[in-house]
Design a protein around this ligand. Structure first.
Ligand SMILES: [Fe+2]
Length: 399
């Protein structure tokens, strides 16, 4: 993503490490805030993952209430519901503890707390929408505490919210368009590997692969700045190394590496765009809300790579090298193909569904998926131009 004349600065305080969630109360107190709304979901709450956050708030004398009604693939109605709770209390800060659904819901509630238009006014479908500056006021203070190693949402300026009437996942977002300008996103993020310890294997695989796809799409995106590439390369090496172990054994060192990787990819999202993988996967998720984001991502990734590498083999040769493939005797085209094979092997190793058919997608919906993908912001950053016919070919290849 390029931002024209805009200088992009994304101010956020981040702390990474085991036990960091226990600093929530101290961090809030240091800001002079006294009353917090914890936004989470029932799964996170039932697993006891917010217990440490609660005791930290109690230890520092912070009053709080809990909103735990967020569900997967959050909708506009869920954002309104969370906003109602936020408006009802005198909360100085929102503390989002959860995966991407929780964090995105909390982000949008903090946006609507201080900006009066309906959420759809802040939807972005084109690069011009991103730089239009629709978010006029600073969002309500937000602390993000991720419990999955995948979305990077704790640190990026995007949120994805489904508009059920359109069966469409809206991308909501705005970078700070001038230093300290209003934008969507957290003020503080406490990134704590301990909180990902109980994530079940299937979600570990899906969210971890999502993190890989963020680094991959950021790396090859049209106009991706060089500054992101050391980080995207690192994440593309780290996920294949640690995801199988995190999936199979849940070992903490592997989980810590994955969380650091997903967080790093989240930072990169603020400087580079996504592409057709996210475009097609978000559209599919809007039409099939029961499909987890990371699983749709896995199904589309190899097919989109095959489409893109025909014009940009060198970029995908770089992906192969980052993933640890020995490409020394390969041409760029051979190395790019090896990158697709390495990605397919990773998907297979962590037992993710690799075909759209396995996810329950109706073959008759593929033309609509291709057509709707042209309305997403992500398609503008795909390295290779794609029209509806091209995207239909890709979707058929993924089926
Ligand atoms: Fe994603």
């Amino acid at each position: 993503m390029t931002f024209g004349e805009h200088t992009l600065s994304f101010p956020i305080w981040v702390e990474f490490g085991n036990g960091k969630h226990e600093r929530t109360g101290e961090v809030i107190d240091a800001k002079g805030w006294e009353n917090a709304l914890i936004v989470t979901d029932q799964g996170v709450r039932d697993a006891g993952i917010i217990d440490g956050v609660e005791s930290s708030l109690e230890a520092d004398g912070i009053e709080y209430e809990i909103y735990d009604d967020v569900r997967p693939n959050p909708t506009t109605a869920m954002v309104r519901d969370a906003l109602e709770t936020l408006n009802a209390g005198g909360f100085d800060v929102v503390v989002a503890v959860g995966g991407g659904s929780v964090i995105d819901t909390a982000k949008c509630a903090t946006l609507l707390k201080t900006n009066s238009a309906p959420l759809s006014e802040y939807e972005v479908n084109t690069p011009d929408d991103v730089t239009a500056g629709s978010i006029e006021n600073h969002t309500h203070p937000l602390i993000t505490i991720p419990t999955t190693a995948g979305t990077g949402s704790e640190v990026d300026y995007w949120a994805v919210i489904t508009a059920p009437d359109r069966e469409f996942k809206m991308a909501i977002g705005q970078p700070p368009l001038y230093p300290d300008g209003p934008h969507l996103g957290a003020d503080i993020s406490l990134v704590d590997p301990e909180l990902t310890a109980s994530l079940p294997p299937r979600q570990t695989a899906a969210t971890g692969f999502d993190a890989f796809s963020h680094a991959l799409e950021n790396h090859v995106a049209a106009g991706a700045p060089e500054l992101v590439k050391p980080y995207t390369r690192h994440v593309m090496g780290l996920v294949p190394e640690y995801l199988p172990e995190a999936y199979e054994t849940g070992e903490m060192e592997a989980r810590e590496q994955l969380l650091f990787g997903s967080h790093m990819a989240g930072f990169c999202e603020n400087y580079a765009g996504f592409g057709a993988i996210h475009s097609l996967a978000e559209v599919t998720g809007g039409m099939y809300p029961e499909i987890p984001h990371g699983e749709a991502i896995a199904a589309f990734t190899p097919s989109v790579m095959r489409y893109n590498l025909e014009e940009y083999p060198a970029r995908y040769a770089d992906v192969a090298e980052a993933m640890g493939v020995d490409v020394s005797s390969f041409s760029d085209t051979e190395a790019a193909s090896a990158a697709v094979e390495a990605v397919e092997a990773l998907i297979d190793e962590v037992d993710l569904p690799s075909r759209l058919a396995e996810l329950g997608v109706d073959e008759g919906d593929l033309p609509a998926i291709a057509e709707k993908s042209l309305d997403t912001i992500e398609i503008h950053d795909n390295p290779r131009d794609a029209d509806a016919a091209d995207l239909l070919d890709v979707a058929r290849d993924a089926y």
